[in-house]
Write a protein that binds this ligand. Structure first.
Ligand code: DQA
Length: 140
């Protein structure tokens, strides 16, 4: 099973960015934990702060990988282009957020990903990614 985790803008700063909201762990450290825990899954990780690069990666993987775990970060709430990319591809996308976006500012309640996502996991800290992975595992 081949799964990619795609992280959007500012998530390269995890561990340093607003630790009260996002915790103290870097994504690289968390990704190693996931890889060690699920060695039988071909797990990839990609991060970009650039909307078009995220769309390119969704297009590149969305016809051949088994699934995409997508934290589009702030672009979740603004990007028609990322929403359209998800509509265009054939493989399931699970939208994840570290924080509970519905407990935060109103502008974070809007998602251009959600209407075309297989499901949404929000508010479980870094564990949101693992819950998405488990969902893909159960489907296989
Ligand atoms: C986030 C929530 C978004 O609203 C925010 O812009 C982020 C991170 C999360 O994982 O909680 O950058 O996607």
């Amino acid at each position: 099973m081949k799964i990619i985790i795609i992280n959007g803008p500012n998530l390269n700063l995890l561990g340093r960015r607003e630790p009260n909201v996002y915790g103290n762990l870097t994504f690289e450290a968390y990704f190693k934990i996931l890889q060690n825990k699920y060695p039988h899954i071909e797990l990839e990780y990609y991060q970009s702060n650039i909307e078009g690069d995220l769309i390119d990666k969704i297009q590149d993987t969305g016809f051949s990988y088994d699934g995409i775990i997508l934290n589009a970060a702030a672009y979740t709430h603004t990007s028609v282009g990322i929403g359209d990319a998800i509509k265009a591809i054939q493989r399931p996308v699970i939208e994840v957020h570290i924080s509970n976006v519905y407990a935060r500012e109103k502008f974070r309640h809007q998602s251009f990903i959600a209407p075309n996502a297989y499901g949404i996991i929000t508010g479980f800290g870094m564990q949101s990614y693992e819950l998405a992975l488990l969902s893909f595992l159960q489907q296989s």
